[in-house]
Write a protein that binds this ligand. Structure first.
Ligand code: UD1
Length: 417
């Protein structure tokens, strides 16, 4: 099993490029099923979750090829409507294939993606919305047997919570449905906008993406197109936190500063100078960070839950006490225990984490508990005295392309063994 060995206390400097967004690439790859032809997905990051999506597409009968960061999917030959349990379990977001497969073939046979590191993660909102579009769904011992009579029918669906995955599944199921679908209280994440931009280029008629009411006028069929995935806003925040904790100056390129607009004030409150410009963010951190008063995770455009762990890592060495309130997931503080092994002082009470800044962290062996929690440990390791060994890094490989190479390229001393 691979691990990262980080020699702490090295300053970072220079510039680096941010890769395409994992959370855009995954639903866009699922959407290529609907295109019934060839789609070229550019700026597609090389991540294990993307590889899992490619395995699902190939299992379904699609012809998929990859060169560097372009994935080409020919979905004309799609000939199956099932996803085996082993592929479903590889990543939680395999559930977004449900809407796309059923819309294309009239049926879908898969299993529950199951719980994960962040808590139980139910899919009740997905299933109830798809039923409203006319899908019959039998839930049987962890299996989902789905069928559609003739074609799905447009409906008005009000989501009880603006779930990202449920919004994506409704969009995928309804682009080729009969009539018009309205989603009320839709998720507004940039990745939803990216998915809709791809689908509209394929001939879909979707308006309102990025707002809380999305309207989808069903069309008879879609065709393939070329699309470039948006920059990864969570990777952006992760490297900003790496710069901040090491007191460094770093320029991040190929980013969209608007997508992290509500995160930048937290870095400024911590004492960093942040200069967003077109496609770029420069961050310059002080010798010691200030505490931040409170960070509340919220659906977009609020502070993203995926940025909570990296920012918590950075603030463990700030001057003063900071408070985090996790409003999206029930169990998203598992990294806190590992940060405490490095010397952080954190108290957790339900959804609240209180971080009392310490003067220094000390390197030791820590274990990744999940994707963003793993990134948090790497960030802490960059600032810790001595050597930090981060194990179970398969979690990190799900969402960060060439993390070790990127960090070494900006001055960190990291080995992967
Ligand atoms: C997506 C992102 C993930 C991010 C999350 C929140 C992808 C691949 N993943 O996950 O990185 O952390 O958005 O921004 O894009 N819920 C239900 N019932 C449902 C669906 C969701 O109760 O049917 C709950 C979840 O348990 C969670 C909350 O709603 O507490 C948010 O989940 P959701 O927005 O659906 O997140 P994902 O799409 O799974």
């Amino acid at each position: 099993m691979s691990k990262l060995i980080i020699e702490g206390k090295h300053k970072l400097s220079g510039a680096m490029n941010i890769h395409g967004a994992k959370n855009s690439a995954l639903p866009v790859l699922a959407a290529t099923i609907l295109a019934n032809g060839i789609s070229e997905i550019h700026n597609c990051p090389q991540l294990s979750d993307v590889a899992a999506s490619v395995r699902i597409l190939r299992h379904l009968g699609c012809n998929v090829s990859r060169s560097e960061n372009c994935v080409t999917v020919d979905s004309l030959g799609l000939c199956r409507s099932d996803i085996p349990d082993t592929l479903m379990r590889e990543m939680r977001s395999s559930i977004v294939f449900l809407g796309a497969i059923a819309a294309r073939t009239g049926e879908a046979h898969l299993t529950f993606p199951g719980g994960c590191e962040l808590g139980t993660r139910p899919i009740d909102l997905h299933l109830s919305a798809l039923r409203q579009l006319g899908m019959e769904i039998l839930e049987d011992g962890g299996r989902l047997e789905c069928s559609v009579k003739a074609r799905m029918k447009g409906a008005t669906i009000a989501l009880a919570f603006p779930s990202v995955g449920a919004t994506e599944n409704i969009i995928l199921a309804s682009v080729t449905a009969e009539g018009t679908t309205s989603i009320l209280n839709a998720a507004r994440e940039p990745e939803i906008v990216d998915l809709c931009n791809y689908l509209n280029k394929c001939g879909a008629r979707i308006t309102g993406a990025g707002e809380s009411a999305i309207t989808i006028e069903g069309v008879d069929s879609l065709y393939g197109c070329a699309h470039s995935v948006i920059p990864d806003r969570i990777e952006t925040v992760t490297y900003m936190a790496a710069a901040a904790i090491t007191g460094s100056t770093l320029t991040l390129k190929s980013v969209n500063p608007q997508h992290v607009a509500t995160v930048l004030p937290v870095f400024r409150e911590a004492g960093c100078a942040v200069f967003p410009s077109k496609g770029e963010i420069k961050i310059s951190a002080p010798g010691r960070l200030n505490r931040v008063h409170s960070v509340r995770t919220m659906p977009y455009p609020g502070f993203p839950t995926d940025a909570q762990a990296p920012v918590m890592a950075m603030i463990t060495v700030a001057d003063g006490t900071s408070v985090f309130i996790e409003n999206i997931f029930e169990s998203r503080y598992k990294h806190a225990g590992e940060l405490m092994r490095l010397g952080a002082k954190i108290k957790i009470e339900g959804r609240v984490a209180v971080v009392e800044g310490v003067k220094r962290l000390s390197g030791t062996q820590v274990e990744c508990t999940d994707l963003r929690g793993g990134a948090a440990l790497v960030i802490a390791g960059l600032a810790a005295d001595g050597v930090t060994e981060v194990t179970h890094i398969h979690h990190i490989d799900r969402g960060y392309e060439k993390l070790k190479e990127n960090l070494c390229g900006i001055g960190a001393v990291v080995k992967r063994v």
